[in-house]
Unconditional design. Structure first.
Length: 156
């Protein structure tokens, strides 16, 4: 079996991180290598651990997940960040894309979508370069499930 996909979990609620860890560690090809409870710790751990995928809560006290995503990508442009949120508003999805997130997974769907989204992110696929334009509403459900939209949208 190839190396496991290393994952850094970032959420301000320890109980949520524990649940995410349990879901991810059930997958034989995924290994949670670290956890952070805030954006500043996420930036530090991302530098130290260099995980294949970072699962980042969008809304945290102090440094938000959006700001932490921007900071991480300043130092590690190849970082693959999946934004995690309980909100599905178009504005937040757009902000996640603009910050550099490669996927957006709703917290109420993590048991169905998270492992697949991590596998896509950790497999070297996904978009490279500048973020694509925000998805039209008819495609938002795919992005919210963590699907890579590289083949759906292209910059002109």
């Amino acid at each position: 079996m190839p190396d496991k996909i290393s994952v850094l979990l970032v959420d301000d609620h320890a109980l949520v991180r524990r649940g995410l860890r349990l879901i991810l560690e059930d997958a034989p090809d995924v290994a949670v290598v670290g956890e952070a409870g805030d954006g500043a710790a996420a930036v530090q751990l991302a530098r130290e651990l260099q995980p294949a995928v970072i699962v980042m809560d969008c809304a945290m006290p102090g440094m938000s997940g959006l700001n932490a995503t921007r900071k991480i990508l300043q130092h590690s442009a190849q970082a693959r960040i999946l934004m995690l949120s309980m909100h599905s508003e178009d504005t937040l999805v757009r902000q996640a894309l603009e910050a550099g997130a490669r996927g957006y997974v709703l917290k109420n769907a993590v048991d169905l979508d998270l492992v697949a989204a991590v596998r896509r992110g950790g497999g070297g696929g996904g978009r490279a370069g500048p973020p694509p334009p925000p998805p039209p509403k008819k495609w938002a459900k795919f992005f919210l499930a963590g699907f890579d939209l590289k083949g759906v949208f292209s910059r002109s």
